[in-house]
Design a protein around this ligand. Sequence first.
Ligand code: SF4
Ligand code: MG
Length: 335
Amino acid sequence: CDPIIEVRDLYVNFYTYAGIVKAIDSVSFKICRGETYCLVGETGCGKSVTAKSLTGLIRSPGKIEKGEVLYYPEPGAKPINLLQLSENDLRKIRGSEISYIFQDPSASLDPLYTIGYQVSETMYEHDRIRSIKEGIRKAVEILRKVLMPDAETRVKNYPHELSGGMKQRAVIGISLSNNPKLVIADEPTTALDATVQDQIMDLLKKLKERENLTVLLITHNMGLVADMCDRVAVMYAGRIVEEADIYELFKNPYHPYTKALLRAVPNPLTKMEKLESIPGTVPNLINPPPGCRFHPRCPFKMDICERERPPDIWVGPGHRIACWLYGEKKSSEGA
Ligand code: SF4
Ligand code: MG
């Protein structure tokens, strides 16, 4: 794997009136250049917090307590620890080399400015163009690239004049306007209706190939994972409980939570139709369950699970899990 991002031992807390929410608890993973890497899990498991941490987007009352985010701009380049950069230096990378697509396009767009202006402004902020006027001409090309119908007219439109799907195309255009290397898409279609969702995911797939992108996709939807991703990390209550390539995960899941998650959605490999829900509720992360955070919901729980955090265990090449059921095997990458 030629890594573009390497997250090491990340911890994020939120200081709320009710107490300290331990939102991310020692998360580590690598994203390889050119792949679509996916973080999947239920709402509140820490996917978005992880994604935002990568470029220091965690705001008060949240705080990154510990960890490294190593960014390799080029293959073999000396990595930059993004968590040690100043806000000013981070801003240069965010929106240009690493860009985001968030869930709700309406919230990402400014209602007071035209689409063309907003595409243009992103390029201007990162010194890609000399004037907003020059940018508006480029914005037409960018909107064509994201298959915006009638791009010449749409640059002059305000967000409220566009449909939800068109708005998300505009947001994708903005995020691609500075030729990013890594695009982080956080539930990019959740706010859209089903047919538009498919179109937007198709578009992302095409753009990824055409623009040589690396994509970090955040979703709670296993169907999307199966459709889009090369490798996937399953998150539960602020931790990664399993990571594998996509075929391996669907064919050979180890972790009880992954298995439950796969039973809860139609499995594209087994064509299983029946949906099961996972008994129990997501834990409160102010007082997370000790040991394995999944133990209150786990049908295989043992004594040790309530006391000690399960270590990462490599069960095959590129396949790791954090579960006491599988004992303590070698802790190298299992290659
Ligand atoms: Fe279940 Fe124990 Fe494995 Fe946690 S470590 S998933 S409680 S068996
Ligand atoms: Mg989220």
